[in-house]
Design a protein around this ligand. Sequence first.
Ligand SMILES: Nc1nc2c(ncn2[C@@H]2O[C@H](COP(=O)(O)OP(=O)(O)OP(=O)(O)O)[C@@H](O)[C@H]2O)c(=O)[nH]1
Length: 413
Amino acid sequence: MQASHFSDATERIPVTVLTGFLGAGKTTLLNHWMQQAGMEGVAVLVNEWGEVGIDHHLVEHSEDNMVLLDSGCLCCQTRGDLVGAFQTLFERSARGDIAPLTRVIVETSGMADPVPVVCTIMDERFVRARYHCDGVVAAIAAPHGLAQLQRHPETLRQVVAADRLLITQCDRASSSDIQALAMRLQALNPQAGQVLVRHGRAPIDVVTGAGLYAAPHANLAAPLPRWFGAGGLFGKVLSDEPQRVLPEEGLPLHRGHTLAQSRVHSPSVASFVVPLESDIPWFGLSLAMGRILQDHGHRLLRVKGLVGLGEHDRPLAVHCVQNVAYPPVRLHRWPDDPRFAQRRGCLVFIAQGLDAAQQQDIRERLAQPPSDRAALRTAAGMADLPTRCWMQQRVAMQHGRHMQHQSWVVVPR
Ligand SMILES: Nc1nc2c(ncn2[C@@H]2O[C@H](COP(=O)(O)OP(=O)(O)OP(=O)(O)O)[C@@H](O)[C@H]2O)c(=O)[nH]1
């Protein structure tokens, strides 16, 4: 790339927009891609919707090339932040503070509509002179995708805006469920190629070659302007061009509505944070959280967080989607972030339709988890506890030395 010429899409820095609903596996994909060779020049912009940003700590990548946009959802409030982040990256690269930029990946929040993000890249004067949108890649989790398409207009928007559809977490779904989702996606967006992904291991060329605008001058033929208005301008009235027909879902984008008007999230979705004690008993937390998922899981779109376990200086990252808990992952170190200076973890909840009393119930259960021993005894009889995979994690029990092998805990007398 020649830094002095920006006249042609092929000479501008390509930007991939990575979208997908909460918990679809975007960060996992990103982490996999960032570990591939030749990614030094790739910068990542991470947008989080929850009150405390976690994702950017979970991607193993140079922090200089990583920007967190945490002041709101990209598609609603943070357009200025996004432009500012593109400017900062460009200037850092021009000064030689970071490797020459070869690509930017924007990970949108799970609630975001990717279209305004694409429009910012296409329309904002500074950004469009230096960057070009190289495609939208959407992740849809095989176990939850069909239900999310029905319930959340955000998922639908992400799917129809995509150039590539990654059906993620295929290891967690039956082949008939995967096939049903693939057919639904094919009906919604027949132009987008589909890729089945297990454990986030999607080939890097799904990012590098999505190519909405890969060929110079190809942009007017691209599907995105056709679906969302030929002008494709942020907040402008959609054109009278034929719109894509999405009958039963009632995608709230109609002729004559503006993108700004129609950019609404599912009603009553809210985020809150529960701080955790630095030496919280792990098994006690696992049992408390398992019960929370059993009782409130249908209202919990997403839970993620970091857990500190006293003597361990490496926190555990935990994730849940609805009533499913994923195996925790031990991070290499605590994030270099003043909010975690005390080695106290926190859980970020994104919930839909959870009332104040239910939120309070969750807070109280997490404030007073049972002791490790009590939790292990109780959980032994609960075969369907959603957090069983957490309890198989090897950690020292609080106030006692022990060895753990798979789900057996051996406590010396
Ligand atoms: N078994 C399995 N687990 C996966 C796969 N992809 C992601 N996960 C797990 O699913 C959980 C959510 O994945 P993330 O990558 O954090 O999802 P996300 O889309 O970034 O979530 P948000 O940031 O909330 O939007 C994590 O516990 C991942 O380890 C997969 O292919 N297989």
